[in-house]
Design a protein around this ligand. Structure first.
Ligand SMILES: NC(=O)c1ccc[n+]([C@@H]2O[C@H](COP(=O)([O-])OP(=O)(O)OC[C@H]3O[C@@H](n4cnc5c(N)ncnc54)[C@H](OP(=O)(O)O)[C@@H]3O)[C@@H](O)[C@H]2O)c1
Length: 263
């Protein structure tokens, strides 16, 4: 049975990746901070699908966290076939006055942990001549985002990094996807404070279902698509605008929309 390692598996998109991959027969390594949620999810999926699931509770903003996960898997003799770097969060606010430690943690989780985990897992895939990595970015990757400046920059990093890895590895039997969802119904808006700008998730926008986003990512994996902007006209428009228009214009337009939450 193939083995998938999913970061941020305790809820949201990561939980849906776990559910859909378990149904496809993957053994799972579930990583996040919430031990109880990971264990409950693992137990449920083992009982439902006859798979194995290992829950590893770590804070991925800590420097040795990825190594700790990797060492645990090596001790179990588990080699990762599919790595899903999904854990991440955003933080809404004007950069000069926002919480500094939160910006640092965001870079550590959205960027550093993703790089570290990939660097630990990829050599094994290369040695075996097969494997896949899905890095979860966002449509925020395609343009600067005032009032979520560090978040969008972290996702631009993920897009650039993933595309480079895709090209380095595509002829070696290894597939790398950069998944770029738009607004999706998860805890993301509450954690990031975006609900201050747009109200609660039901008020103005139709958010994507997280299960649908994951389904699209897994279909795209079958088709070996490198960059996946998930369905919806507004997602395609936002991603396209970032490519067509200069940064000054998209930043000015985005500032008008995202500045609404500022007093
Ligand atoms: N939802 C959206 O609108 C949207 C749109 C575009 C991209 N994304 C991206 O999708 C990914 C998943 O987010 P989501 O929407 O599913 O949000 P979510 O529901 O808030 O889930 C975030 C996951 O990351 C884990 N996590 C957070 N901090 C962590 C840490 N320090 N160490 C380890 N795990 C940590 C959380 O688990 P614990 O709290 O248990 O640690 C949780 O499992 C993120 O990279 C996000 O940027 C989301």
């Amino acid at each position: 049975m193939p083995i998938a390692l999913i970061t941020g598996a305790s809820k949201g998109l990561g939980e849906d990746f776990a559910r859909q991959l378990a149904a496809k027969g993957y053994n799972l390594v579930l990583v996040a901070r919430s031990q109880d949620r990971l264990q409950a999810l693992g137990a449920e999926l083992m009982a439902a699908h006859g798979i194995k699931a290992e829950a590893i509770a770590v804070d991925l903003t800590q420097p040795q966290a990825c190594q700790q996960v990797f060492d645990q898997l090596q001790a179990m003799d588990w080699a990762v076939d599919l790595l899903i770097n999904n854990a991440g969060f955003g933080d809404y606010g004007e950069f000069g006055t926002c919480d500094g430690p939160s910006q640092t943690s965001m870079v550590q989780l959205n960027v550093q942990a993703l790089v570290d985990m990939t660097h630990l897992v990829l050599p094994g895939m290369q040695a075996r001549g097969q494997g896949a990595v899905i890095n979860v970015a966002s449509i925020a990757a395609f343009q600067p985002m005032p009032y979520m400046s560090v978040y969008a920059a972290s996702k631009a990093f993920v897009l650039s990094f993933s595309s480079a890895l895709w090209a380095e590895n595509k002829d070696r039997g290894i597939y790398v996807q950069c998944l770029c969802p738009g607004a999706t119904e998860t805890n993301f808006a509450a954690v990031s404070g975006l609900d201050k700008v747009f109200g609660d998730s039901n008020s103005q926008f139709k958010l994507a279902e997280s299960g649908d986003v994951v389904r699209e990512a897994l279909v795209a994996m079958e088709k070996k698509q490198a960059i996946v902007v998930t369905s919806g006209f507004s997602n395609r428009l936002i991603a396209g605008m970032g490519k067509l228009f200069p940064n000054e214009l998209t930043a000015t337009m985005t500032a008008k929309i995202f500045g609404r939450g500022q007093k």
